[in-house]
Design a protein around this ligand. Structure first.
Ligand code: ADP
Ligand code: MG
Length: 687
């Protein structure tokens, strides 16, 4: 009697799969028949597109051909004991030599006059066309041959043939009853069901069918993702949090202590934060806003609220430069308000750190600003109520959570300067509430942006000189640290592939290195103070250089992208980016955001030589607009999501968003949207 197989059966229930093969499948994450059916093809061979031998030879591509066997196969043993089995086959366009290696049994299969559909690559030798080790199927079978053949991901020891065979057994033998999308939602979204989709994805008959099957699995995947995001949001909504409030007098004191008037956007975001923190439930809020929109003051307002309620608040920044800068600005503000601010960064001496630990543990420190050092073991908070993370995409989810774990039922605020389209934000940060600082402080000037090549070098140096002589400061960003470097030492170049795994544009000939360029500029700009800053320098050294620049002692700062994150020097008016094509658009936008922060007219000059058409288009898009959201969209449109996701890649992966098996967040954005809608109505009904 035949055994009944279902989706939960181990794959050893399929005939021909013993424990040894099961181990191989396990390497692909396949344990059950259900897993096997969800081993989606990497792609398909289109064997239905039959070419003549001549066409196939000309195309140079793997092709499908219908050929008649022209000679009896003969085997010869050549050196290394390799057996070659050869015969000829032909069609109306020509004749070729077919060769198989070490497959003596082939000899028995082929006979003169029989026709087969062969699938392989025709190559040319001096005397003939050759087809080596092609796939083949006899055309004399009663049923028509299928056009599409699935190609599966493999692991050593497994062949396409084995995987195809196992899947065929599973499709024919198992009951395909595993519906994960409720029927009503399937209908509303015009989706086929699981059984049909599964059959088609492995054995499509045509492309339209395949598209429908793919849509089903994309939806299924994104629907489950949406459900989990919603679930996690619901869970967070029920976490209690400290109920914090301020007197009107204290509110006024904060506003009066600022050196500027809040914009409407800032005031609204602060109200949203205060409403959360006063609700008695823990806040989980994302504040997004373009570079320079003034997010820091929103964070400061939250820190102030906690401190005024005699609780502690932590503010974590991704780099020492940024943490130190926040500390310098905020400690002035908070000291004026009678609140003790403490800094904690990795480069502090042991004694300094111990002093900070003591202040933090005793509760004397109310506002604690620092880097990852804040989540290290030695740090014990006395009464932490709020955790703020700046430039949160620079941190892993784990690091954020480690900070949240430093207290109980903390209010959590995360800040992000990376504009992302709404639907994506909803999925990536779907478990957070969202506030947008969606306008810039008044009086901001647009940063004029130009793209130039090496012929402008002299004029560029002249421009630096005039800006410096007027007392302004200049940033010059280079992609490498030392000459000959191919990376900047900070950016993980292994991540520099786009969403489809395509490498980013590395076409540029020679990379400008920060150290060498700084020396050259110092020579060319005799009398102007030039300093260099890069990731290989010691923290203390970096801090000194950065402080000298902030204090105006240095006019020209030549650096790698270490300055990218959040640095604020209002007197800087010129940003020059060398080998601009090496940077992602959103990253360039962030760099550009370092200038135009004060009252002076500012410029951003992108230098690129011998640019590929695509790179040129991207950089021109940056010259045309200063709106981060439009730049993100242009980035998506021009390059696909790779560059766009480059920085967030890590985070997305931690969210599992890049590990979708079928869905592609960019091209399936509309499905993502419907999946969230569906999940929302589904959850609402559940309650
Ligand atoms: P980001 O959103 O990029 O973190 P910041 O908070 O660093 O921006 O603010 C950028 C600059 O704008 C800072 O110098 C800050 O003092 C200034 N700023 C912030 N809000 C205002 C405002 N309402 N009016 C004028 N200047 C402001
Ligand atoms: Mg900032």
């Amino acid at each position: 009697m035949e055994k009944k197989i279902d989706l939960n059966s181990p794959i050893t229930a399929l005939s021909g799969i013993g424990p040894k093969r099961a181990d191989l499948f396990a390497a692909l994450g396949v344990f059950t028949v259900g897993d096997l059916l969800r081993l989606f093809p990497r792609g398909y061979q289109n064997r239905g597109d039959v070419k003549t031998l001549c066409e196939a030879a000309m195309s140079g591509e793997t092709s499908s051909m219908i050929l008649t066997v022209g000679s009896e196969p003969k085997s010869v043993t050549v050196k290394n004991r390799m057996t070659l089995t050869k015969f000829t086959a032909f069609d109306e366009s020509g004749k070729c030599q077919i060769v198989f290696f070490n497959q003596g049994y082939i000899r028995q299969l082929f006979h003169i006059g029989e026709t087969y559909r062969f699938y392989g690559k025709v190559t040319r030798t001096k005397s003939s066309w050759n087809l080596s080790s092609p796939d083949f199927e006899p055309t004399s079978l009663s049923r028509a041959l299928p056009d599409f053949y699935a190609v599966y991901p493999l692991t050593a020891g497994l062949s396409q043939k084995i995987v195809r065979g196992a899947i065929a057994l599973a499709l024919d033998g198992a009951e395909l009853n595993c519906e994960r999308v409720p029927e009503k939602i399937r209908k509303e979204n015009s989706l086929i069901d699981f059984a049909e989709a599964t059959r088609i994805i492995h054995r499509p008959q045509n492309l339209e069918q395949l598209e429908r099957a793919r849509k089903y699995f994309v939806f299924e995947e994104l629907f489950e993702f949406a459900l989990s995001v919603m679930h996690s949001k619901r869970e967070k909504e029920n976490v209690p949090g400290a109920k914090l409030s301020l007197s009107d007098e204290d509110k006024r004191a904060f506003v009066n202590a600022l050196s500027f008037a809040l914009t409407d956007a800032q005031a609204r975001v602060i109200r949203e934060i205060y409403a959360d923190m006063g609700s008695g439930r823990a806040m989980h809020r994302l504040v997004s806003g373009d570079v320079g929109s003034g997010k820091t003051v929103c964070a400061a307002a939250a820190l102030y609220l906690a401190a005024k309620n005699s609780r502690q608040a932590a503010f974590m920044a991704p780099t020492e430069i940024l943490a130190t800068q926040h500390y310098r600005d905020l400690s002035v503000l908070f000291e004026g308000l009678g609140i003790k601010c403490t800094l904690l960064v990795g480069s502090m001496t042991k004694a300094q750190k111990n002093a900070a630990y003591a202040e933090i543990a005793s509760g004397e420190a109310k506002v604690i600003i620092g880097t990852h050092a804040l989540i290290s073991q030695g740090v014990e908070f006395c009464d932490l109520a709020l955790a703020v993370t700046d430039e949160q995409h620079r941190f892993g989810v784990n690091q954020r959570e480690m900070l949240s774990a430093k207290g109980k039922n903390l209010h959590v605020l995360v800040m992000s300067a990376t504009p992302i389209p709404r639907t994506l934000a909803m999925s990536i940060y779907g478990d957070l509430d969202h506030s947008a600082v969606d306008s810039l402080p008044p009086g901001r000037q647009k940063v004029s942006t130009f793209l130039v090549d090496e012929t402008y070098r002299e004029r560029l140096t002249g421009f630096i000189r005039t800006q410096a002589s007027e007392g302004r400061q200049i940033y010059v960003v280079c992609p490498a640290i030392e000459s000959g470097d191919t990376t900047d030492g900070e950016t993980d170049t292994s991540a520099l592939v786009d969403f489809y795994g395509k490498p980013m544009d590395f076409s540029s000939s020679k990379l400008k290195s920060a150290t060498e360029h700084a020396q050259n500029l110092a020579k060319a700009l005799d009398g102007v103070s030039v300093a260099c800053l890069h990731g290989k320098m010691h923290s203390a050294e970096k801090d000194t250089v950065m402080r000298d620049f902030v204090d105006g002692k240095v006019s020209v700062l030549v650096s790698t992208t270490v300055i990218e994150v959040g640095v604020n020097v209002p007197n800087a008016t010129l940003m020059i980016i060398e080998n601009a094509e090496r940077f992602g658009l959103s990253q360039l936008h962030q760099l550009r955001g370092r200038v135009g922060r004060g009252k002076y007219k500012s410029w951003c000059i992108l230098v690129g030589e011998n640019l590929a058409e695509q790179s040129k288009k991207r950089l021109e898009a940056l010259c045309e607009t200063s709106d981060g959201y439009r730049i993100a969209e242009a980035d998506l449109a021009l390059r696909g999501p790779g560059d766009f996701f480059f920085e967030r890649g890590k985070e997305l992966r931690q969210h599992g968003a890049l590990s979708f098996r079928m869905a592609d967040l960019y091209s399936d954005m509309d499905v993502l949207h419907s999946a969230f809608e569906a999940a929302k109505s589904f959850c609402d009904k559940e309650i």
